[in-house]
Design a protein around this ligand. Structure first.
Ligand code: IPD
Ligand code: CA
Ligand code: CA
Length: 257
């Protein structure tokens, strides 16, 4: 099967998962604690179960890794976040996403991010361009930082990252037109590709948060690296992505010790 047909099938799966999330959204959820100040709901589990079943039915030879149930950790595999933005979802804030990537070792080959509350599916495969539904996404080179609208995420899960993160935030805050913290990294990345944000950076994300969004932003024409300019992969400790002009300024501000 060619990559475009594969991506179209994965878009359909992400949309099915998004519909499941919408059925849970705003209802009484079963919430459990997992990890440091982290939670999981019955909606996360139902979405992951659906995605796992659908992908293994359509692509029986490709192994699966999901945030909530684990699985294959090398080679060619799916890397899935069934609900990115769980805390938003649990509080009734409409900003959340489904993220599905096809990954080879540490490199995403294809990614789909579904934003069910906006009815938007953003997707890409390496070398094939990025799309919102059928519409190609082609970013321009952007404007200087004082005209740039940025997104970021806080490293709330790892107290050791707070001081270095805040130092970088302090510098960017003094230069950017505006910065938003929405609480869903997959949503943030999709919205850079979509042209809503001009750039995004975060520390301490996991492969399932970023794998799909990373290939989408690159295919849309944004620049992607770690915050110090090193090449990014799904295990990178930081991520920086922006249109070309603000990227250079963000890199300068964030990579300083
Ligand atoms: C979280 C979101 C959030 C980011 C966290 C992630 P989850 O994912 O992407 O924006 O700051 O680090 O863990 O737990 O809602 O899937
Ligand atoms: Ca996540
Ligand atoms: Ca999640």
């Amino acid at each position: 099967m060619d990559m475009r047909s594969l991506a179209e099938e994965v878009c359909a799966v992400s949309e099915g998962a998004g519909d499941i999330l919408l059925r849970y959204f705003g209802r009484r959820l079963h919430i459990e604690r997992k990890g440091l100040r982290d939670i999981v709901t019955d909606a996360d589990i139902a979405s992951e179960e659906y995605i796992r079943q659908e992908l293994s039915r359509r692509f029986p030879d490709i192994p699966f890794y999901g945030e909530e149930t684990g699985g294959a950790s090398e080679g060619l595999r799916w890397v899935v976040d069934p609900l990115d933005g769980t805390k938003n979802f649990a509080r009734g804030l409409e900003i959340f996403a489904v993220s599905i990537a096809l990954v080879e070792d540490a490199t995403p080959l294809m990614g789909v991010v579904r934003i069910p509350t906006r009815g938007i599916t953003v997707w890409a495969y390496r070398g094939g361009g990025a799309y919102a539904g059928e519409r190609p996404l082609k970013l321009d080179e952007g404007r200087p930082l004082d005209e740039s609208f940025l997104a970021t995420g806080f490293p709330h899960g790892n107290p050791e990252l707070v001081d270095p993160y805040v130092e970088g935030l302090r510098r960017v805050l003094k230069r950017a037109m505006a910065i938003r913290r929405l609480g869903s990294a997959a949503y943030d990345l999709a919205m850079v590709a979509y042209g809503l944000f001009d750039g995004f950076w975060e520390y301490g994300l996991a492969p399932w948060d970023t794998a799909a969004g990373a290939v989408i932003v690159e295919e849309a024409g944004a620049v992607l690296s770690e915050i110090d300019g090193k090449p990014w992969n799904i295990y990178s400790p930081t991520i920086l992505v922006a249109k070309k002009v603000p990227y250079r300024q963000m890199l300068h501000l964030l990579s300083r010790p």
